[in-house]
Structures are given as C-alpha cells and as structure tokens.
Ligand binder design. Structure first.
Ligand code: MSP
Length: 519
C-alpha cells in the first residue's frame, strides 16, 4: 500500500512581502514533501495565505486600497516567490476562498449547535500584529505584548467565546500519551507548562464595529470570526474532509475521515505560533469531533546577527535577492543546511558563502571532474563495470539520511549526503584515474573507478533532489538520465552505456562576491 503524507506550512499573513522566515518554513516543508515523494508516498503539501483580520484590514487601509485588492496583490507576490523558490506545493489555499469560508461557517455552526459557544463581555488587551488576546497580568505595567514586545490595545466588547476550558484535561492527556506529538521536546514542555494554569475560554469573534474584514458569525452577522480560528481551519479545508453543502449532521465531522486526507500528518510551524497550533487548534478539533493532526513540528527563528529580524528594525533578509545572485538551490541549501531544525540560526553573509562553497567545491567539483574524466578517457560513455566499490558508503549514507529525515534533522541528513560527495572526492584521489588512464593494462581498473563514481553521482542526485531540485535535474541529465531517481531506485539505475554531457559548473563562483554586497 502506498503510504500517504499530508503536510502543511502556516498560512502567511497577507500584510507584507515574503522574507527569509516565510521562505524557511516553506522550503522546509518542500524538502520534506519531496523526500516523502522520493520514498514513494502519496503526498499532499499545503501552503497558502491568511487574509482576514484587523491587521490585514489596517495594512490595506494604510495603502488606501480595499482589503480584497490588497490581499489579491500579496497572494500573487507569495505565489510568485514560491514559484521562484521551486516549491512543489499541491495547493495554495487562501482564506478568502468561498470553499474555506463555507468550511469555517460549518465549524462555527457545529460548535454553536453543540453548545460550545456563549457570549460575554471581554475586557482585556489585544496585540494587533500578533492577533492575540492577553490578560492584565500578561501585559504588565508597560502594556507590552509578552510575545513581540509591541504595545497592546485595550478592548472592552461583547464577544462570543468557545468553551476551550472544557478540553483542558483531554488535551493534557493527549500530549502526555503522545510524546512525539509536539517536537522538539522543549516546545512540548512549554505547552505542558502553559497548560498547568487553568485554561481560559477563547474569544472567537470580533464586533464588526472594530473589524469588518472577516467571516461573519453564522448566528450573529454583526460579528466576524476571530482570525486564528479562521486561519487554523484552512488545514481542514485543504484536506477535503468537510462538505459544507450537506446537512449539518452529514458534513463529515466525526472520527471516520477515511474519505479525505484528514488528519494532517504534520503541521510545520515557527516557535512563535505553537500555542495557537497546540492549544487552540486541537481543542477546536475536539469541539467539532475531528481527529487531531498527528504531529506538530516547531522550528526556530532566523535572526540577523543575534537580533530578531523584523520589518520595523529594517534588517529583514530577502531570500529572493540572494537567489538572483546565487540561484534558487543555493538559497534552499543554505536555509536548511545552516539551521538545525528547532533551533535559532543567525544569517550572516559569511555563513552563506561558506555553505555555498561547500556546494561548489565538494558536490559541484565532484560532478565536473567525474563527467570530464568519463568524457576524456571513455569518449563520454559510462563504462560497463560493476562500479560497486563505494557501495558500503552509499548504504551507510542512505541509512543516515533516512534516519535523520524521519526525525526531522534535515541539516544532519544534508550533512550526511555531502559527506558521501566528500568520500567520493577522496576515492578519486586514492584511485588516481589519471594514472590508471596512462597504463593500458589498468583499463579495467579505470572502468571500475569511473563506473563507481557515476553510480555515486546518481545516488547523490537522489539525495540532493529534495533540497537542490533544479541542479539535480541538470546533473541527472548530464549523466544521461531523464530525472533523478527516487531513493528507492537510486542504487539500481542501469548506467553503463549512458552518454554523459559536459557543461558549465553546477555551482559557479559568482562574480563580485565581496561579502559586503550580500543582502
Ligand atoms: N498567519 C499566521 C499563521 C497562521 S497558520 C494557521 C502567521 N503568519 S506569519 O506570516 O506571521 O508567519 C508565518 C510563519 O513564518 C511562522 O511560522 C513564523 O514562525 C515564520 N517566521 C516569520 N519570521 C521568521 C523568522 N525570522 N525566522 C523563522 N521563521 C519566522 O503567523
């Protein structure tokens, strides 16, 4: 049976252009999606835009355009960015789509029918940039958001509340029974710590007098749905589990979700949005009777030389600018190779160049020397020899890569793949094919050397395809293959007789690499 994988990125606020943080989460999702496809899984990879709420409404007003025009523009910008970064998502969802609006409405009706929503006065504090409520105690005397340190606004209004507190015990039990549900463990502990305090009910509406740009509450059109409830539900919309057109009892709520892709196997999120994903979202799902996602993986933050990257600080790195100079694959490689999944990492031009050098000097160099030697010594034809001299290293690498990928240690998986390229460069030095070529009696040895190297390169195209898909497609074609093989096929691809093609270096040294010129 083919295994199935449904993985998601957060949907991005339609307030500003994509930056390195958005790019990182999306590329991480893409590398995992491509890796799962390589192992033969039927993958659904979902990403998209979070387009409602006060923050979007205000950003549109600032530019003097209506919110719909504003979000259409940004959705197009994000889609273009993902296209440029070679993201292989299966669906780009937008919360303003009629299908999503209908699913959110069905969620709200379900919670209402089950008596899980009531109305009350809300008196407290609100952080508009984070779209989060805070209590008096949370914001302290300075009245700052505990998460982002920006000033909060006082709100006093009638709201609808979801009885989130009803589900506290069940949620704690779920987290305790499923140690891998939230990874890494530090984030799991953070959520368990948060759940030690009594869980409050969640305000899930805004009066239209304050926020117009949202999905109307089906039982009170003077209020719109809280943007986080709206946004989180995108994962269910994307799974196809709910059919809002049907009668309320027959819409697909319940534990049998086999007609759809729900539950998600993996929600990828940044560490700043774990409370919404690991507390609000599971309790809402419990409220409507849907199974919980199987896992939530929280990654760290990209910082600029130890300071948080933020628009207001003016130090946001633009991944698309780096891409223009170094190519898409170099950016993808840097983002994933340099950040241990789960920890923070600091962007510096020096680190970027160091990582680029690894691509150029280890992988790129191996590819060009192997192809040149086959061209020079064997008229461009991969010799007919077993080529198994590096099979032990190949097997070890394949094992290390899958072990690390399965545990989301993508950086370690990539390091292991690069080590195989390094070992192959070592093999070239040991075998000295240039000396073998001078001695007609060693023609068989030379065939073996070249066949071994062609085999390693083929395996490398499979190993690097998730992170550098464009370059690996190029390398595969230079080895006479239509596409990089899957990981399952990589060691079985017949190569002898293939004609290789020499070409430009895979990772050229760009002009003008003065560090100061890097964004
Ligand atoms: N719209 C919400 C998510 C709703 S999901 C149902 C949101 N959007 S966001 O655009 O602000 O951020 C989306 C993601 O980008 C988050 O996972 C966040 O962690 C990530 N990043 C934003 N800046 C970042 C860095 N500097 N570094 C790494 N990731 C960061 O939150």
């Amino acid at each position: 049976m083919t295994s199935r994988k449904f993985l998601t990125t957060p949907i991005y606020y339609a307030t500003g252009d994509p930056h390195i943080g958005h790019a990182y989460t999306t590329v991480l999702g893409d590398v995992l999606a491509r890796y799962y496809r390589q192992t033969g899984a039927d993958v659904l990879f979902l990403t998209g835009m979070d387009e409602h709420g006060q923050k979007v409404q205000e950003a549109a007003a600032e530019q003097g355009v209506d919110p719909k025009t504003f979000v259409d523009r940004l959705a197009a910008t994000f889609e273009a960015a993902w296209h440029q970064l070679n993201i292989s998502h299966d669906r780009f969802i937008r919360t303003t789509e009629p299908e999503h609006v209908a699913v959110v409405t069905a969620f709200l009706e379900r919670l209402w029918d089950k008596g899980l929503i009531y109305d009350a006065m809300y008196v407290g504090w609100y952080c508009i940039p984070d779209e989060r409520y805070w209590t008096e105690k949370d914001v302290g005397e300075e009245r700052l958001c505990p998460d982002c340190q920006r000033p909060v606004s006082h709100v006093e209004e009638r709201n609808y509340f979801f009885r989130m507190s009803n589900f506290q015990a069940r949620l704690i039990k779920h987290i305790e029974d499923n140690p891998e549900w939230i990874v890494p463990e530090t984030r799991r502990n953070e959520i368990l710590g948060f759940l030690q305090k009594p869980l409050q009910d969640l305000s899930i509406s805004r009066p239209k007098s304050r926020v117009r740009w949202g999905i109307p509450m089906p039982f009170d059109p003077e209020h719109v749905c809280y943007v986080w409830v709206d946004a989180l539900t995108n994962y269910v919309t994307g799974s196809g589990v709910i059919d809002p057109e049907r009668e309320p009892d027959d819409r697909g709520f319940g534990s049998d979700t086999s007609h759809s892709r729900w539950p998600a196997d993996l929600h990828l999120v940044g560490k700043d949005i774990i409370t919404t994903h690991c507390v609000y979202w599971p309790t809402i799902l419990m409220g409507v009777d849907l199974p919980l996602p199987r896992q939530v993986l929280a990654h760290g933050w990209w910082v600029a030389a130890e300071t948080k990257m933020s628009k207001s600080l003016g130090n946001v790195v633009d991944p698309l600018a780096l891409r223009e100079e170094f190519g898409t694959d170099a950016v993808r490689w840097y983002l994933l190779r340099d950040m241990p999944t789960g920890s923070d990492a600091s962007y510096t031009p020096e680190r970027f160049l160091q990582r680029y050098d690894e691509l150029a000097n280890v992988l790129g160099n191996l590819a060009s020397r192997v192809i040149s030697m086959i061209d020079k010594y064997r008229e461009g034809i991969i010799p007919d020899a077993p080529g198994k001299a590096m099979d032990a290293e190949i097997a070890r690498t394949l094992e290390a890569v899958s072990e690390n990928m399965d545990a989301f240690r993508v950086h370690d998986a990539l390091a292991a793949a690069m080590d195989l390229a390094r070992a192959a460069n070592g093999y070239v030095e040991d075998r000295e094919p240039w000396a073998q070529a001078k001695d007609p009696e060693r023609a068989g040895d030379l065939d073996e050397t070249l066949a071994t190297l062609a085999r390693v390169l083929t395996v490398l195209t499979a190993l690097f395809e998730p992170v550098t898909p464009e370059k690996m497609a190029d390398l595969a074609s230079r080895l006479g293959l239509a596409t990089p093989p899957t990981l399952v096929e990589a060691t079985r691809v017949p190569l002898s007789g293939n004609v290789v093609t020499k070409g430009e270096p895979l990772f050229p040294r760009p002009e003008l690499l003065a560090k100061g010129d890097l964004p």
